[in-house]
Structures are given as structure tokens and as C-alpha cells.
Design a protein around this ligand. Structure first.
Ligand code: NAD
Ligand code: MG
Length: 408
């Protein structure tokens, strides 16, 4: 094979470096020290993981959002004479995301907490690798308008959206947020999902599943919040909304297809009958490497796909009765921004409560629905509207939790 052209040298900030996506990103970057320089790493409070990353990757600076965690990290670093500056607080996250010495930002904080730093990276015109789907779900048009205004380069990391991106013609790849897929001959986006760990469970069995069962995804290893979202298929619902914004689609343009093996990561169907799929082993280092190197290619460390060893491809229709959260998210996508922002906020509250064994798995969708319905008609025009609505919904959803706790 001929050697590909050199990719542009990139100076990188990883928001959420101690998480699952953060670790995979560090893995890919460390394979190519001549192409990438790590400038900054951020995390919420995992001191030990960050200390280990500081020793291994030697970033210029680090942000620990939690102030006590930052203090502990400073003590640990000085005990081994490692000179890395450490900042703390949410403001420091924003500073890291928009810093002049960074040109590429991996947005891999989990949940709504990632919105403001990711948006800061966008507004500063960075190359933004978007894993934090909640940012786009909760702020939709506001986020996309910011991309347009700043000329930031937005690249999808979520494996489905990265797959769709790879299946599009190159002129559409140049303008995430502003694609004209009907003009490109696209008839449908086929968003694949494995169905999660409970695909073969009967609905009645879902009542008593545990957090550990929900987090044991058959194909992917991920953080606990997205693992629960995958089990409820809220993750596919958030991805449905994410796809609408990334590729400028209408809800009717997107169809969810169950594909239990997670080898096909999504597909694009064209008007001439062609369906283009992107395939690979289920390992996030592939989309991360694709986005880091785009439009070139680099090695990711992922094993090549083996077509001959027990490989079968199955496809199923979604049973929406079994996955009420997916149904709810698609409804939110049709209803508008108030519904999407509200649904996301409620879901973050209910997933945390389920992980802390305060509510049952099946309560997640019930509380999400009540919360979304209450706030569905809220106007969300500005980022302040997003922040205000998120706060209101969280407090409402928390008040419903106590009711469910009492009946548990
Ligand atoms: P994770 O829980 O493993 O890691 C989250 C990271 O965010 C950690 O570094 C943590 O310190 C940081 N963080 C958590 N709360 C924070 C806060 N309040 N302020 C600042 N930082 C905070 O999560 P993950 O699985 O890596 O997922 C990260 C994002 O990527 C999510 O939005 C998820 O939906 C998306 N994503 C993940 C995968 C995957 O395979 N894990 C795949 C596709 C998309
Ligand atoms: Mg995904």
C-alpha cells in the first residue's frame, strides 16, 4: 500500500480524558507522537487516573473540576517533581476548551456538563470532535448556529454518526450541520443499534434488572451513563436527535434498525437503491482515529474485521413498546427543542437514580415522560433558556424520584 499524505500536526485538548472515550483517544494519540501533541487533559474528580495520565502523557496543563481533587493532584504531582499546572472549577474547563495553544478539542465529557465547554470550543473555531451528544441534543440550533458563525470544524465521534459521515459524499462531509442530503441523492439514514443487553428479555423481566446487568453491554465497553442509556435505548433516541442536527435532517429521514452484532455502525440509503454501510469491530478507537486524521487515515490499534469466524449479520425492527425511551426521544425530536432539552435533563436524573438503586429500571421512562410532558412547550431560543430549562426539569424530576422511591 502507498503511504498516505501527512496529516496536519495537531495540538490537542481532551475534555473528559479519564472516561471511556478519553482513554480511547489517548490510546490512538499515543500511537502517533509525531502527529499529535497533548496540551491539556480535563476530568471531574478522578485523581488517581489523572495522576497516572500526567505521568504517562505529560500534558502542559490539567483541569480537575472538583477543587479538592485538584488540590490532591497538585500534591501528588509535586511529590514526584512533575511540573504540570493544575486548574480547577468549571471556568477552567471553558478556558481549556478555547485556549489559543489548542487546535483540536475532543469533547468527551458525559452529559449536560459537557455543553458549555464544548460550545466554547466551537465558538473559538476549533476542530471539535464531538462525542458529547448531550450538548447537541440540548442546544440543537444554537449549537449549529455557533458552528456556522465561528467556522469551527465539527466531526462526529459517536460511532453511528461517524459511520454516516463516512458514507456521505465529500462535499457533504465539509458541512456537518448544513448538509443538503436530498440534493446528494440520499433517501434515508439507517441508524443502527444493537438493542443493548436486554434485547432478548421479555418486557416483564425488565422491572427487576440491576445496574450491573444494564451496564454489561454485549458489544461495547463504555461509561455507566451511556451504558444504561443503551439498555433503555435512550441512547439511540439521543442519537436520533443528534443525527437530525448533524446532518440537517427531518425525523422522517431517519430509521432505527436493530443490528445485534454492532459490526455495521450505520448506513446511508440513496435514491438509486444503493445502501452504503460503514463496518468495523465495535471499538471507539476507529471513529476517533478517523476524525483525528480526516481526510487522511491513520492506524487506530483496532483489529481488522474477521468475516470468516462466526460472523453473522442480523437485522430486526424495533419493538417500541419494549423501548419506551426511544419512542419518547423520537417524539421529542418531532416536538422541538423544549422537549429535547427537558427529556435529556430528566434522563440524567433518572439514570443516576437507577445507578444508585433509588428507582427501578422501568421507572426511568415513566419519570422521563412525565417530565418531558410538563415542559414540552417551553421556548428555548438562547443558551440561557437551555440552562434555565435544564435546571427546572432536574428539580421537577428529582421530586418525582422520591415518589417512586417510596413505592419501590
Ligand atoms: P465516562 O463516564 O466514561 O467519562 C466521562 C468523563 O467526563 C470523565 O473523564 C469524567 O471525569 C468527566 N466528567 C464527568 N462529569 C463531569 C462534570 N460534571 N464536569 C466535567 N467533567 C466531567 O463517559 P464516556 O462513556 O467516555 O462518554 C463520554 C461522552 O461520549 C458521552 O456523552 C457519551 O454519550 C459519548 N459517547 C461515548 C461512547 C463510548 O463508547 N463510551 C460512544 C459514543 C458516544
Ligand atoms: Mg453511538
Amino acid at each position: 500500500m502507498t503511504v498516505l499524505n501527512e496529516i496536519k500536526y495537531q495540538k490537542i485538548c481532551i475534555l473528559g480524558s479519564t472516561g471511556s472515550i478519553g482513554l480511547s483517544t489517548l490510546d490512538v494519540i499515543s500511537l502517533h507522537p509525531e502527529k499529535f501533541q497533548l496540551i491539556s487533559l480535563t476530568a471531574h474528580s478522578s485523581v488517581d487516573k489523572m495522576f497516572q495520565q500526567c505521568q504517562q502523557y505529560k500534558p502542559k496543563y490539567v483541569v480537575m473540576v472538583d477543587r479538592d481533587a485538584a488540590k490532591q493532584l497538585i500534591i501528588k504531582l509535586s511529590s514526584i517533581n512533575l511540573n504540570i499546572s493544575v486548574c480547577s472549577g468549571e471556568e477552567a474547563l471553558i478556558d481549556a476548551a478555547q485556549a489559543d495553544d489548542v487546535d483540536t478539542v475532543m469533547a468527551a465529557i458525559v452529559g449536560f456538563a459537557g455543553l458549555m465547554p464544548t460550545l466554547a470550543a466551537v465558538k473559538a473555531g476549533k476542530k471539535v470532535l464531538l462525542a458529547n451528544k448531550e450538548a447537541l441534543v440540548t442546544s440543537g440550533q444554537i449549537f449549529i448556529d455557533a458552528v456556522k458563525e465561528s467556522n469551527a470544524q465539527l466531526l462526529p465521534i459517536d460511532s453511528e454518526h461517524n459511520a454516516i459521515f463516512q458514507c456521505l459524499p465529500s462535499h457533504e462531509q465539509q458541512r456537518p450541520g448544513f448538509c443538503q442530503l436530498d440534493q446528494a441523492g440520499v433517501s434515508k439514514i439507517l441508524l443502527t443499534g444493537s438493542g443493548g443487553p436486554f434485547r432478548t428479555f421479555a418486557f416483564a423481566e425488565l422491572e427487576n434488572v440491576t445496574p450491573d446487568q444494564a451496564c454489561a453491554h454485549p458489544n461495547w465497553s463504555m461509561g455507566r451513563k451511556i451504558s444504561v442509556d443503551s439498555a433503555t435505548m435512550m441512547n439511540k433516541g439521543l442519537e436520533f436527535i443528534e443525527a437530525k442536527w448533524l446532518f440537517n435532517l427531518q425525523p422522517d429521514d431517519i430509521q432505527v434498525v436493530l443490528h445485534p452484532q454492532s459490526i455495521i455502525h450505520s448506513m446511508v440509503q440513496y435514491i438509486d437503491g444503493s445502501v452504503i454501510a460503514q463496518m468495523g469491530n465495535p471499538d471507539m478507537r476507529t471513529p476517533i482515529a478517523q476524525a483525528l486524521a480526516f481526510p487522511q487515515r491513520i492506524k487506530s490499534g483496532v483489529k481488522p474485521l474477521d468475516f470468516f469466524n462466526n460472523q453473522s449479520f442480523e437485522f430486526e425492527e424495533v419493538d417500541f413498546d419494549k423501548y419506551p425511551n426511544l419512542k419518547l426521544a423520537i417524539k421529542a425530536c418531532r416536538l422541538g427543542q423544549g422537549a429535547c432539552t427537558a427529556l435529556n435533563a430528566a434522563n440524567e436524573v433518572t439514570v443516576a437514580a437507577f445507578l444508585n438503586e433509588k428507582i427501578k429500571f422501568t421507572d426511568i421512562a415513566k419519570i422521563n415522560e412525565t417530565s418531558m410532558n410538563k415542559f414540552v412547550s417551553e421556548k428555548v431560543i438562547s443558551i440561557d433558556d437551555v440552562l434555565t430549562l435544564d435546571k427546572k426539569v432536574r428539580s421537577f424530576a428529582k421530586s418525582l424520584l422520591t415518589l417512586e422511591e417510596n413505592v419501590k
